[in-house]
Write a protein that binds this ligand. Structure first.
Ligand code: NDP
Length: 329
């Protein structure tokens, strides 16, 4: 049986991507075969396809760190043909053929069964970015942040993770402040539920003040570097900051004063190796706490052949919200 996929190979000058036809023996190892319906574009897909950050560990490889589809065949007792499933992360698109493909064979433990009210398109629209946003909300809750605690800052607000975070938080009753470099997109951010928009330049420069006036009960940060340092310095006593992103940089050029002077918690969030129970919990919450109308409004869909170009365009905020890849289009 043949199927279409995007394949990334090494070329003289960097990497090349081709739309190819593969067959069953190309599927690789795994105990579950999935008829993929959708994949998505995340920042990490941009890195992978552009050859930045050594995301792809073995060549040639089908990229795509997410997939959503229906189980076609299973040697695992945990899944049966017809089950609707999603994968975010693990080795997908890094060490193992990923989601930019009409079929995939994967280890059963990578799969999350979708709640009955979440479609495969919606799961792809959530994607790694939205899943990470949900994990970040769970991290804030775990650290005692509630809607009554005060304002929540979301950085990288127009991006995929930022957009979903705003939609979830506002639905839960938080007052959300969105930090963005795209102030002309204020209406979009307000439509997702942001109560206030601030210019990201107010956070992105080094500050001589390691502790600044307290402003945030909590924050969800896509950006890292000086932005995260300033966010920590502006977080109120006992507040929490969920950090998962590096859009500005991987550095953290700050001091321990927010931690030891204000009891601020810096909660790290990883989506790639999040354990299955945490994934199930996140999906149960997404099923009830994410407004799917807002998700649809922030998402556009592209075909498989367009996926590489779309992934390359993500840097510097080239994409707003989420992009789903319809692998059968
Ligand atoms: P996007 O590119 O969709 O969003 C990132 C946003 O960050 C942009 O839209 C832009 O928002 C802002 N931004 C971009 N460049 C800069 C900059 N130089 N300084 C300040 N802000 C900037 O990416 P995703 O939402 O998919 O991912 C966000 C980040 O989170 C990425 O770094 C990604 O690698 C990381 N990530 C980590 C995960 C994990 O498991 N730890 C999982 C998912 C993502 P605006 O235009 O509004 O300013």
């Amino acid at each position: 049986m043949t199927f279409k996929a995007i394949l990334v190979s090494k070329a003289d000058a960097g990497l090349k991507t081709d739309l190819v036809t593969l067959s069953d023996p190309d599927l690789g190892d795994g105990d579950v075969t999935v008829a993929v319906e959708y994949s998505t574009i995340n920042y990490k897909d941009g890195l992978a396809i552009s050859g930045r950050g050594n995301i792809i560990q073995t060549f040639p490889l089908v990229p795509g760190i997410d997939l959503a589809g229906t189980v076609e065949a299973s040697a695992s007792a945990d899944f049966k043909p017809g089950d609707r499933v999603v994968i975010h992360g693990w080795g997908l698109g890094a060490t193992h053929h990923g989601g930019f493909s009409q079929r995939a064979r994967v280890p059963a433990r990578w799969l999350t069964r979708l709640p009955s009210n979440v479609s495969t398109w919606q799961a792809a629209a959530i994607g790694t970015a939205g899943f990470t946003a949900m994990l970040s909300v769970l991290a804030l809750e775990h650290n005692g942040v509630t809607p009554a605690s005060g304002d929540i800052l979301v950085t990288g607000a127009n991006g995929g993770a930022g957009s979903v975070a705003i939609a979830i938080l506002s639905g839960l009753g938080y007052r959300v402040v969105a930090s963005t470099g795209r102030l002309n997109e204020a209406e979009y951010l307000k439509s997702l539920g942001a109560a206030e928009i601030i210019d990201r330049r107010t956070l992105s420069e080094p500050s001589p003040q390691p502790i600044q006036p307290a402003r945030w009960a909590g924050a969800i940060d896509s950006v890292g570097s000086h932005t995260l340092v300033n966010v920590l310095a502006q977080t109120q006593y006992g507040g929490a900051v969920a950090s998962f992103g590096l859009a500005q940089g991987t550095d953290l050029p700050g001091t321990v004063l927010p931690f030891i002077g204000r009891s601020v918690t810096l909660a790290g969030v990883d989506s790639v190796n999040a354990p299955p129970a945490k994934r199930d919990r996140a999906y149960q919450r997404l099923a009830t706490d994410l407004d799917f109308g807002k998700l649809e409004a922030m998402t556009k869909t592209v075909g498989l052949a367009e996926a590489p170009e779309s992934a390359r365009s993500i840097f510097g905020g080239g994409i707003q919200g989420r992009v789903v890849v319809d692998v059968n289009a």
